[in-house]
Design a protein around this ligand. Structure first.
Ligand code: FAD
Ligand code: MLT
Ligand code: ZN
Length: 470
């Protein structure tokens, strides 16, 4: 492997090949702290040509590659295994916005550009790049594409996949596929870009992308609404869609446990409502101008909701600062739960009509497995996606760790029985690769393995992630 390291140093510059423990430390443990490994080296190429050189050298040496962007993934897919033989390929130096075309509605970026910087570049051109995640200050477009990320704007704009026009990818043998097309219509064969989107680094290294932009929506009407149940939240979604139509931009849910953690652990957070509620919904309407009548539509939604017993109270943001404070209650949940202690994440989706029944039936099942376990339930209810994240019974993190297999199995079995999915948006990574395959048919797993074998016959791209070993 000395030859490989020498080659990598020549390819990207010795200062961009990290091997000292202190230098690699931040790259080998994930955001949750649950997954950590060892790396042969962390390599930080600065261009697509350098990525190609690095990948070709690893291919020739038989060294496995773990692509990494902002390392905010939640399923352990961006960190190496414990072998010490894998090369972490960080896209962190590839941060150029290559082009913004407001008329065509496109932005072309390097894969290492941070999501918030893509949003800012779009805003600078008077356009909107709608993808929005709690991690947007550190996650990268490459990681968003590789995980087909979701977030809080899916309801109106769709998953990452729907925001992509073209891709540039370094293939596992080091060849470059230039698919950076900005065409809205292109029916010339298999949609190769769709293979790489959501592939979690297992089919190639994404180095660039052409993304779609939308008209800017600088006007907002935002409310934090107390609702009695998930059932009521789902019914309220229907009311909101009826009154706001295409202006409905956000519809997120959180239970009281989630809000309590935010109020406890996030400095400056305060409850906007006088009394407690079991559930809350963050509703936001967004539009281009004051002509859109957002405030009136929000009031109509809330009035109809109270009338129909779907809401008991609401706080409406009266200023940008109040809007930010309401959003912080939602976006702060992951961080607050991490500060609280051990967390067992589940990112599930079911047909939206079945979500409420599922959420009320699963709690007692889990309490049988681990009495006192605390469901911190929140997420993108408008998309049928709940983050059913468990915190330990107070002060008993070891018990949560000991019971995690049984708890996750109970959740996954019930989701599968309800025709749902065990990962709505975070992907399978290392955490769920085995479970993911076990809930798919033999035919589906065979097809996935065939795709993997066709693109990465040597099996060197992020092995053990997304698909379990054969
Ligand atoms: P990384 O964590 O570095 O990598 C993730 C995966 O992508 C790995 O498998 C890695 O190998 C692969 N990869 C990374 N870059 C490339 C590349 N250039 N080419 C090929 N493969 C690559 N996710 C959601 O979907 N919705 C949310 O609402 C959401 N909220 C979050 C909130 C918080 C506070 C945090 C910490 C995370 C959240 N996430 C969410 C998860 C995470 O931010 C996303 O999965 C994000 O898309 C990962 O981007 P990244 O650049 O950090 O990727
Ligand atoms: C979110 O929507 O905040 C994240 O995807 C949830 C998580 O951190 O589990
Ligand atoms: Zn989410």
């Amino acid at each position: 492997m000395t030859d490989l390291l020498d080659h990598l140093r020549t390819a990207v510059g010795a200062e961009h090949v990290l091997t000292d423990d202190a230098d690699v430390a931040a790259y080998v443990v994930d955001w949750t702290g649950v997954h950590s490994g060892r790396a042969l080296a962390v390599v930080r190429p600065g261009s697509t040509a350098e990525v190609a050189d690095v990948v070709a050298a690893c291919h020739a040496a038989g060294a496995a590659i773990v692509p990494q962007g902002g390392n905010t993934g939640l399923v352990g897919g961006g960190v190496p295994d414990s072998s010490g033989g894998q090369v972490v390929l960080s896209l962190g130096r590839m941060r150029t916005v290559r082009d913004v075309d407001p008329v065509a509605g496109t932005i072309t970026v390097d894969a290492g550009v941070v999501l918030a910087d893509v949003q800012a570049a779009a805003a600078g051109a008077g356009r909107l790049f709608p993808m929005s995640l709690g991690s947007e200050g550190s996650c990268t477009i490459g990681g968003n594409l590789a995980t087909n990320a979701g977030g809080t704007a899916v309801l109106r704009y769709g998953m990452t996949r729907e925001l992509v026009l073209g891709l540039e990818v370094v293939l596992p043998d080091g060849r470059v596929w230039d698919g950076l097309r900005a065409l809205r219509k292109d029916n010339t064969g298999y949609s190769l870009k769709d293979l790489f989107i959501g592939s979690e680094g297992t089919l190639g290294v994404i180095t660039g992308a052409v993304l779609r932009l939308f008209p800017a929506t600088p006007r907002h009407a935002t409310a934090w609404v107390a609702v009695p149940s998930v059932d009521a939240a789902v019914a309220l979604l229907g009311v909101a869609q009826q009154h706001a139509g295409a202006h409905l931009a956000t519809f997120e849910i959180a239970n009281r446990q989630a809000l309590d953690l935010v109020l406890t652990h996030l400095p400056g957070a305060s409850d906007p409502l006088a009394g407690p509620s079991d559930w809350y919904v963050l509703v936001e309407l967004a539009g281009a101008s004051s002509e859109d009548g957002l405030d009136g539509a929000l009031e109509a939604i809330l009035g109809a909701a109270v009338e129909a017993d779907l809401a008991t109270d609401a706080a409406i943001a009266g200023s940008p600062a109040q809007r930010s404070a309401l959003w912080a209650l939602r976006e702060g949940i992951s961080e607050a739960q991490k500060v609280e202690g051990a967390t067992l994440k589940h990112d599930v989706t079911l047909p939206i009509a079945d979500l409420a029944a599922w959420a009320s039936s699963i709690g007692p099942v889990l309490d049988e497995v681990l009495p006192g376990v605390r469901p911190v339930t929140y997420g993108h209810v408008g998309d049928g996606n709940l983050h059913y994240n468990l915190s330990s019974p107070v002060g008993r993190d070891d018990d949560l760790r000991a019971a995690e297999r049984d708890l996750s199995t109970a959740i996954y079995d019930s989701v599968a029985a309800g025709n749902g999915s065990i990962s709505a948006e975070h992907g399978l990574g290392r955490t769920k690769a085995v479970a993911g395959a076990s809930y798919k048919s033999e035919v589906e797993v065979d097809l996935m393995r065939a795709v993997k074998a066709a693109l990465d016959p040597a099996g060197l791209m992020n092995p053990g992630v997304l698909l379990p070993p054969a």
